[in-house]
Design a protein around this ligand. Structure first.
Ligand SMILES: CC(C)(COP(=O)(O)OP(=O)(O)OC[C@H]1O[C@@H](n2cnc3c(N)ncnc32)[C@H](O)[C@@H]1OP(=O)(O)O)[C@@H](O)C(=O)NCCC(=O)NCCS
Length: 311
């Protein structure tokens, strides 16, 4: 006889509550330990390090309904964080402490954050998860998000990259927080992704998390690219698909010039030109991830996300 297991119930002692600013540093430490537990179990070694929770705080000030913690006896056991841009709700993080997984805490946190999606009226729900995590994918499929395409985290040492750098690239000028620039960036994202991310450009440009550049071909504006002090590229967007290879090459030059010892990027499997460019420049796949969404959207041959939380 087949016995169907009833869903596990959240223990009464665990409560979910809106996150507070003072929770965010602890939540980041929890996320780092949960990621490293997962990637070590799958043979990738530790892949995450702590960083100040600046983007979390920015999102909390913008819309506090998107950040939740699960707590038991005043100990935080899980964290969920989502943000909304126009018609798109994005789940930036959902993590449960490694020793607390399988107790229905993830189920409960996702319920709260899906309520945030409902309230926002966004018709599309999106996230990026580890392609080797069956638990998270099972959870998301049950909430109507389906796997769309892989996204690869790739990197190379600066020396290796410099030895391979050749081919056409674009002229660049710095992105400035001017109304005309922000309008152009918003229009580019609407064209490529279907939503404006003006507030997120403001965060990157004003907060200094990364340095942004306009990409130019003569008098034509091609798109934008960001590069940070750690040699990481993204987000990057171009108005036409055939601009991806020279745009990525330009960003690789900029990243190599940052002085960072490793250069990295985050490349959608939907972008043949981006993957080809990375491989011919000696970059290696470090971690396979997966974009899941409630419907098809965006032109992913023209956009390189920054990371799984920023998209
Ligand atoms: C993913 C994660 C948040 C889930 O939280 P959790 O508290 O462990 O999960 P829950 O106990 O609430 O529920 C997990 C559900 O997944 C289901 N599940 C487990 N393995 C599965 C599989 N192989 N296929 C499909 N579903 C599966 C379980 O059946 C369970 O649902 P049920 O209790 O209704 O049967 C947590 O495991 C985690 O932090 N993992 C590591 C980090 C990570 O990958 N986070 C997501 C990043 S986007």
């Amino acid at each position: 006889m087949t016995v169907i297991q009833p869903p596990t119930e959240l223990p009464m002692s665990v409560v979910c509550r809106p996150a507070r600013a003072q929770d965010l540093e602890f939540a980041d430490a929890l996320v780092v330990s949960s990621i490293n537990d997962l990637t070590e179990r799958h043979g990738f070694g530790p892949t995450a390090v702590s960083s100040p929770p600046n983007f979390q705080l920015f999102c909390m000030k913008d819309d506090a309904d998107g950040l939740w913690v699960a707590e038991e006896n005043e100990r935080i056991l899980g964290f969920a964080w989502s943000w909304v841009c126009g018609d798109m709700w994005f789940l930036a993080q959902l993590f449960v402490s490694p020793d607390q997984q399988g107790r229905s805490i993830g189920n409960e946190l996702i319920k709260r954050t899906i309520e945030h999606a409902g309230k926002s009226g966004a018709s599309n729900r999106v996230l990026i998860t580890f392609s080797f995590n069956m638990v998270s994918q099972g959870l998301y499929i049950r909430h109507g998000l389906l796997p769309r395409f892989p996204i690869y985290s790739v990197s190379a040492s600066r020396e290796q990259l410099i030895g391979h750098l050749h081919g056409p690239r674009y002229a660049v000028t710095p992105l400035k927080p001017e109304a005309s620039t922000l309008r152009r960036l918003a229009q580019a994202d609407e064209w490529v992704l279907g939503v404006s991310r003006e507030k997120h450009h403001r965060y990157l440009i004003d907060g200094g998390a990364a340095t942004g550049f306009n990409l130019h071909d003569g008098n034509d504006w091609i798109g934008y690219a960001y590069v940070d002090a750690g040699g990481h590229i993204g987000p990057l967007a171009v108005m036409e698909p055939d601009a991806v290879a020279p745009a990525l090459r330009t960003a690789l030059y900029l990243a190599a010039g940052s002085g960072a010892s490793r250069i990295s990027a985050f490349l959608p499997g939907a972008s043949k030109a981006a993957l080809d460019t990375a491989m011919t420049h000696g970059m290696r796949i470090k971690c396979p991830m997966l974009l899941m969404s409630s419907r098809e959207f965006g032109n992913w041959a023209q956009y390189l996300p920054r990371n799984p939380g920023f998209m």
